[in-house]
Structure formats: structure tokens, C-alpha cells
Design a protein around this ligand. Structure first.
Ligand code: NAI
Length: 360
């Protein structure tokens, strides 16, 4: 039986939480897939939590499934708005463990209002996402996906498979945090010039030859632009009609961060008028209706993604940047350690809260 301490307010550094459980915890997993279950169950051998895996997304309606649980574990496309958080509070669930780095899908003000502690996995494997960005670049550039299909059908022609040397090109990195840095390290092997935009330039990168510039300058000089910043009000549709007009004509744009960094309609226009030479995306603005599902026998009623997929110079993957064995193991470890720290009432290094942003 799970016991709760009600009433007592814990003070943990900056943050106040309403209550903490004192024994084992029962956790409701939303948006869960086979690989989540596999890795979380394996790592849980060291933790002893009780899990219930739900395939459904978390939202104001499905949150009712978590009744009787002590915590919720959610993922990137779960909709954790005020309504969802209010029901969590009503059900006495005051911890939300995100098994991802981004937390743009959580209303942090509402979480604070209802005393819900939000935890995340800040950096589980920056290399996993950086390597996927590189996979998109190489596939798009050398048209490996097309060559694979051609050869399987006995078509050994090389017509229209011409790419370009990455060596000697200028690579623009928007956001030089953990993933941006991992990406820069990988690209160094191609002997490229690296320019970057980040409101907080990294001195070590500067010493290593990375040149920080304004966003406009990064866009205008780069042959390949890779987005590695979080989705915030400042970065929402960072790539739009105006910024697309500034990119070097024919440049390649890669987005493995969040779909809403890009205005899709404007990007389609830039592809049509050939301002944008290639687009590789692992994330899409309206992905919650599509990604992580098998819709192969369905009619896709999202005309924008259908248009994007119709371009020969666009490559779409369905948010798989994180999907490596190492990353899944680290995600499970950090998420369960976050929940253990919460249960044990110790410092919560991976907490995100509205207060955190106000004090930043
Ligand atoms: P991080 O927090 O280590 O780095 C983010 C960087 O972006 C920081 O240096 C920050 O100063 C910078 N930044 C903030 N506002 C900016 C702005 N307006 N313009 C340019 N840069 C700005 O985050 P990390 O771990 O590198 O992750 C980056 C993003 O990657 C996450 O927020 C998430 O959205 C995405 N991601 C995608 C995954 C996938 O599977 N495709 C998996 C994991 C993360």
C-alpha cells in the first residue's frame, strides 16, 4: 500500500512541493512503446517501482487512467496543460517525470499552481541526436535512401544522385548546448568551418575556432544549418518567411530539435522557389497527430506533411533522434533516479519549474 504524507510542505531549494510519498511508488507511463517497457523494466530491477504502461497519450481525458498512481511518466507529445495538471492534483499525483529533455509541452505555471514537481532528463545522450542529424545530412546529400531503393530494383543508374563534398563547407549551428556541441564535434571530422548562434556563446567552442555570429549572419553564410535550440517563445518559428529569405540560396536545413522552430508553410514556399536546397527533419510542428504511430493503411489528412514528403529533396524521420540503446538506457536510469530522489526528499537537480525561469 502506498502511503502519502499530506499537509507538510517540503522546501527544496528554489521549489516547494506539496507532498512526497515515503515508500515504493506506482507510476503511470503514457505514450509508452515496446522499447520504453524493455528499458524501464530492465533498469527498474535496481529501483523497484511499480509500473503501468499505457499506449495512449496523456491529456486532460486520459489522465484519469492514472487514478491510484503516485506519479506520471510522460513523453514529448503528451499534452500537459492546466486541465491535465488540475486533474493530477485532484487525484493526488504531484510528480511528473518527463522521459525527455524538452519540456515545452508542460504548462509550468500551472504545475507550480497545483504543486506538481516536474522532472526531466536533461542530457541522456547528446551523441544520439547529433549522430541522427549527421545521418540526415549524409542521406539527403548523397541520396542513400534513393540509391538503396534503386539498386534493390535492379536500377544501377547514377543519374540525379549527385551530392556535394561536405569537406570545406560552412556549417551553421543554432544552439550550442549539449547536442549542438556533440554535433560540432562530429562535423569537425569533415574539416568544415563552423559558425554558430546562441544567446549564450560558449567560450571553449570559441577557443576551438567556432565563430559566433548573429542568427541572420549564420543563416546567410552556412551551406548546412542545423537547429539545436529548445522550443521557447523566443525560438517559436525561428525559421520563417523572413529568415528563410536570408539563408544562403540552396542551403540544407536540418531540424532535430522541435517542429515548431520552423514555420512549415513558409518552408514549403522556400523549397518550391529553390531558396532552400534540402530539408531534413526529425520533428514536425504537427507531429503529435502522426508520429510514433503506424498510419501506413490510413489516409493522412495533414496536407503540409504530405507536401513536404512529396519533395525529392526533403527527408522526414519520425522523431527518432533519441532512439539508440545507450540513450534509452540513460533515459530510464535518469527518470527512475529522478523519481527516487523525489520519493526520498533529496535535492532534485533535474527539476524544471516556472520559478526556475523567473530566477534565471
Ligand atoms: P541544451 O539545453 O543543452 O542546449 C540548448 C542550447 O540552446 C543552449 O546553449 C541555449 O543557450 C540555446 N538557446 C536558447 N535559446 C536560444 C535561441 N533563441 N537561439 C539559439 N540558441 C538558443 O539542450 P540540448 O540537450 O542540446 O537539446 C536541444 C534540443 O534538442 C532540446 O530542447 C530538444 O528540443 C531537442 N531534442 C530532440 C531529440 C530528438 O529525439 N530529436 C532528443 C533530445 C532533445
Amino acid at each position: 500500500m502506498i502511503s502519502h504524507i499530506f499537509g507538510n510542505l517540503y522546501e527544496t531549494g528554489l521549489f516547494t512541493v506539496k507532498q512526497r510519498t515515503t515508500s515504493g511508488m506506482k507510476i503511470a507511463f503514457y505514450s509508452s512503446k515496446g522499447y520504453d517497457r524493455e528499458y524501464f523494466e530492465k533498469i527498474n530491477e535496481d529501483y523497484g517501482f511499480e509500473f503501468n504502461f499505457f499506449e495512449t497519450r496523456l491529456n486532460r481525458y486520459t489522465v484519469a487512467l492514472a487514478k491510484g498512481h503516485d506519479g506520471i511518466c510522460a513523453f514529448v507529445n503528451d499534452k500537459i496543460n492546466e486541465n491535465t495538471l488540475r486533474v493530477m492534483d485532484e487525484e493526488g499525483i504531484h510528480v511528473l517525470a518527463l522521459r525527455c529533455a524538452g519540456f515545452n509541452n508542460v504548462d509550468l505555471e500551472a504545475a507550480e499552481k497545483y504543486g506538481i514537481t516536474v522532472l526531466r532528463v536533461p542530457a541522456y545522450s547528446p551523441s544520439a541526436v547529433a549522430e541522427h542529424a549527421l545521418a540526415l545530412i549524409l542521406t539527403l546529400n548523397r541520396k542513400v535512401h534513393k540509391a538503396y531503393n534503386r539498386v534493390r530494383e535492379g536500377n544501377f543508374s547514377l543519374e540525379r544522385l549527385t551530392g556535394f563534398n561536405i569537406n570545406g563547407k560552412t556549417i551553421g549551428v543554432v544552439g550550442t548546448g549539449s547536442i549542438g556541441q556533440a554535433f560540432i564535434r562530429l562535423m569537425r571530422g569533415f574539416d568544415v568551418k563552423t559558425v554558430a548562434y546562441d544567446p549564450f556563446p560558449n567560450e571553449k567552442l570559441q577557443q576551438q575556432g567556432v565563430e559566433y555570429k548573429s542568427l541572420e549572419d549564420v543563416l546567410s553564410v552556412s551551406d548546412i544549418i542545423s537547429l539545436h535550440c529548445p522550443l521557447t517563445p523566443d525560438t517559436y518559428q525561428l525559421i520563417n518567411k523572413d529568415t528563410l529569405a536570408k539563408i544562403k540560396p540552396g542551403a540544407m536545413l536540418i531540424n532535430t530539435s522541435r517542429g515548431k522552430l520552423i514555420n512549415t508553410e513558409d518552408t514549403i514556399e522556400a523549397l518550391k522557389n529553390k531558396q532552400l536546397g534540402n530539408l531534413g527533419i526529425d520533428v514536425y510542428a504537427e507531429e503529435e497527430k502522426l508520429f510514433f504511430k503506424d498510419l501506413s493503411e490510413m489516409i493522412i489528412d495533414d496536407d503540409k506533411i504530405a507536401r513536404l514528403m512529396a519533395f525529392p529533396n526533403v527527408l522526414v524521420t519520425a522523431h527518432q533522434g533519441f532512439l539508440t540503446r545507450e540513450a534509452l538506457e540513460q533515459i530510464a536510469k535518469t527518470t527512475l533516479q529522478n523519481l527516487k530522489d523525489y520519493r526520498d526528499g533529496v535535492n532534485l537537480p533535474n527539476q524544471v519549474s516556472a520559478a526556475h525561469f523567473r530566477s534565471a
